[in-house]
Design a protein around this ligand. Structure first.
Ligand code: KG4
Ligand code: ZN
Length: 355
């Protein structure tokens, strides 16, 4: 039995969790900073790192306590996100983890945040029938978060090939920017989803970026879509249409959400069929989106492809997924914990293969 304490502070959630054998969540504590950043309309990096400093100790203590861990030495290892993310935020988690590992003599496992999102689908959790089986490779992974949109072919544990990514804005970033444009507040994804429920997706026509461009078959672009929403809002305003009218905003939100979800699902399925994937996994904050989940479910069912999406609480940033990723690491853990550093732009580790 391997017990890992995982720590995650890459953006605006201070999180710690205790995970057994990469699958079982013994405790999972997330202190969100959403209220703190709301008045800025987005994550304010300096404010985020200062809040991490305040929250990190109590969050770790709570995770250990809820996990029934009396002393850090009862653990087998400590895992921490070391990138990508906000450097100042990452530093708080990494320094806390280094201190604990150094003092206890435990090994420290530095984890890539994107790899963490991937392994959120390996966790056993209420609200999910069953997690990903260990041997079902190759898998197609769509990572959709506030900072990333990546389509990845996973050939085994830690064995990734990046098929494509966004050329500009990430999907979550597009949700956040369009929400700001429509005065719906922060974070944009849940806000858009909520108003879109009352809207009609077919009242306004928005583009489906890069949907049928062969040279960008597995890439995405959301910046033009955001501009299309901006132009639509301007046109409507010039035509004297009142945007304070909730129905208009709901229809725009529905059209936007549908455009994003359709492009994401189309390209993911195209990649899955092309690479003869045995399963499809979607993860990251945007995978909490109800319409994306529904469209993906229908499309995968049509192709008889197993689909895995985490329950909502594991879609957005958390430390449980970092603990799962740590368990499946192929390289031996870092014995010199003090050598672990942060990398704001850390890419997903790729093993180049001829597959
Ligand atoms: O994975 P995450 O928590 O943080 C990053 O690693 O970036 O993702 C946050 C992103 C935000 O852009 C947020 O608007 C989006 O996930 N998000 C959603 C939903 N819930 C969160 N987007 C669409 N629909 C949602 N329900
Ligand atoms: Zn994330």
């Amino acid at each position: 039995m391997t017990r890992i304490l995982a720590i995650e502070t890459s953006c605006d959630e201070t999180a710690a969790a205790v995970i057994i054998d990469g699958r079982h969540i013994i405790s999972n504590v997330v202190a969100t900073q959403i209220e703190l950043h709301r008045r800025f309309g987005g994550v304010f990096p300096e404010v985020a790192s200062r809040q991490h400093v305040l929250s990190i100790q109590p969050v770790i203590e709570q995770a250990l306590h809820e996990g029934g861990i009396g002393h850090v030495r009862e653990l087998d290892a400590i895992a921490v996100t070391h990138g990508p993310g906000l450097a100042g935020s990452l530093l708080v988690g990494v320094n806390a983890a280094k201190g604990l590992a150094f003092a206890s003599g435990l090994s420290l496992v530095p984890i890539n945040h994107l790899e963490g999102h991937i392994y959120s689908n390996w966790l056993i959790a209420p609200g999910r029938a069953e997690p990903v089986p260990d041997d079902a490779f190759p898998a197609i992974i769509l990572i959709v978060s506030g900072g990333h949109t990546e389509l990845v072919l996973m050939l085994g544990h830690g064995h990734y090939r990046r098929l494509g990514s966004t050329l500009d804005d990430a999907a979550g970033e597009a949700f956040d920017k369009v929400a700001r444009l429509l005065n719906l507040g922060f974070p944009g994804g849940p806000a858009i989803q909520k108003v879109a429920e009352q809207g009609r997706a077919d009242r306004y026509t928005l583009p489906r970026p890069l949907l049928h461009q062969a040279e960008h078959r597995f890439n995405f672009s959301f910046s033009g879509l955001k501009t299309a929403v901006f132009n639509l809002v301007r046109q409507l305003e010039q035509a004297g249409i009142d945007l304070a009218d909730g129905a208009v905003v709901a229809d725009i939100a529905a059209a936007f959400q549908t455009a994003v979800a359709e492009v994401l699902v189309h390209k993911t399925l195209d990649a899955a069929i092309h690479h003869q994937a045995r399963q499809v996994c979607i993860c990251g904050g945007v995978s909490a989106n109800a319409q994306l989940r529904e469209l993906a479910k229908t499309a995968c069912a049509e192709q008889k492809l197993p689909l895995y999406i985490p329950p909502i609480f594991l879609c957005t940033d958390n430390a449980a997924m970092i603990g799962a990723a740590a368990f499946y690491q192929r390289q031996p853990p870092h014995m010199n914990s003090l050598a672990v550093d942060v990398f704001a732009n850390l890419p997903l580790p790729e093993i180049l293969s001829t597959y």
